[in-house]
Design a binder for this molecule. Structure first.
Ligand code: NCD
Ligand code: ZN
Length: 348
């Protein structure tokens, strides 16, 4: 029997880049119309490294939020070599942040203040393990000598596995996972570890990056991998296993920056995220697992109450705008302008 519509509990986006100022105001409505909460990435140009920066960024998000939506941004702390356990612990107990984000220095957009060597933040890991605060990891090596398609695997082998051994109580989310091997690691060490999966890594493979010429709007980090990894990600996400959940990694960049001699990494997926997930789950005959992946597993991992409202998706092809305007520039929407088989019907 084909299912034509599905109603799920309001979902959480457990990995989201909202930026600030004018970009924030333009992109936020797309997220709040789909998700009740989002784990907000702290890699602004001035990264969110302190409690006071997190509080003012949170206020900026809330004041930019369209009034009809009850949206809860969940803030994260950007770890640097200088982060103190006191800042981490106090911010966690005061409910300023839900987690801390580890960017190995230089690994992705705005990570130039990231951690130079994991050993330098050993006291932070000890503190987070003690207080039960999740560590969110951009799991790629920043060593530019390593082939870009191997950077996730090398990080897991050289950095993650020793970290898991050393801090056996530390809760970890491996963000935007892209390989079959990382899926196996998540499964092996669950439930203290989980993995977020983006819609684009389940729809694109590395060949899509070069289809008909280089496609800057498909370039993100970690970079899309071979087809068998993409298929493994679809199986993991749709399996219903509690260690996998939504993290869209929606990462808007202006078109002028994407289409330049040095294209920034990141894809703006917020406007078509839930529709894309629904399509993937329908294609995998697993719509009955969508609610777990979208609305239950992440909340449970973070120890948050489940959201109250619902969202209904239906098999009713529709088009989303190709681009959204921002000043005299624009942001290209992932799958914008395509006829997408699933659409959002309503949202209570
Ligand atoms: C993200 C961004 O633009 O902030 N880019 C990306 O390619 N995913 C950063 C990140 O999550 O790596
Ligand atoms: Zn990200």
């Amino acid at each position: 029997m084909t299912i034509n519509s599905i109603t799920i509990r309001k979902p959480d986006d457990c990995h989201l880049h909202l930026r600030d100022d004018s970009i924030l105001r333009v992109v936020l409505p797309y997220t709040v119309s789909q998700f009740a909460r989002a784990v907000i990435m702290p890699n602004l140009v001035t990264p969110i490294t302190t409690i006071s920066l997190a509080e003012s960024y949170r206020n900026e998000i809330l004041t930019s939020c369209p009034g009809e939506f009850d949206f809860h941004p969940l803030m994260t702390c950007y770890l640097t070599d200088m982060t103190t356990p006191k800042e981490i612990e106090f911010g966690f107990f005061e409910n300023v942040w839900v987690a801390a984000k580890l960017y190995p220095i230089g690994v992705t957009t705005n990570s130039n203040q990231g951690v130079t060597d994991l050993i330098k933040i050993a006291p932070i890991f000890e503190c987070m393990e003690k207080i039960g605060m999740p560590l969110l990891i951009h799991g790629e090596t920043a060593n530019s000598d390593i082939d870009i398609f191997d950077r996730e695997a090398v990080f897991m082998e050289n950095s993650l596995l020793p970290l898991l051994k050393r801090y056996q109580g530390l809760k970890i989310v491996l963000e935007h996972i892209t390989t079959n091997e990382t899926i196996d690691i998540v499964r092996k060490y669950a439930p203290r570890i989980a993995g977020t999966i983006t819609p684009h890594h389940m729809m694109l493979n590395r060949t899509s990056l070069f289809q008909g010429g280089f496609q800057p709007h498909h370039y993100c980090l970690p970079i899309a991998k071979r087809e068998y990894h993409r298929l493994a990600l679809r199986k993991a996400a749709t399996s219903g296993e509690s260690c996998f959940f939504i993290g869209t990694d929606s990462a808007p960049h202006l078109r002028s920056i994407k289409e330049s001699s040095c294209c920034s990494a990141g894809i703006f997926v917020a406007a078509t995220a839930l529709q894309s997930y629904a399509q993937i789950f329908a294609e995998e005959c697993a719509l009955n697992q969508l609610e777990a992946f979208a609305s239950l597993n992440g909340a449970r991992f973070y120890g948050l109450p489940l959201n109250k409202g619902t969202v209904t998706l239906e098999q009713n092809p529709s088009r989303v705008l190709k681009t959204i305007t921002i000043g005299d520039d624009e942001i290209v929407v992932f799958r914008g302008g395509e006829l997408i088989p699933w659409s959002i019907k309503n949202n209570k």
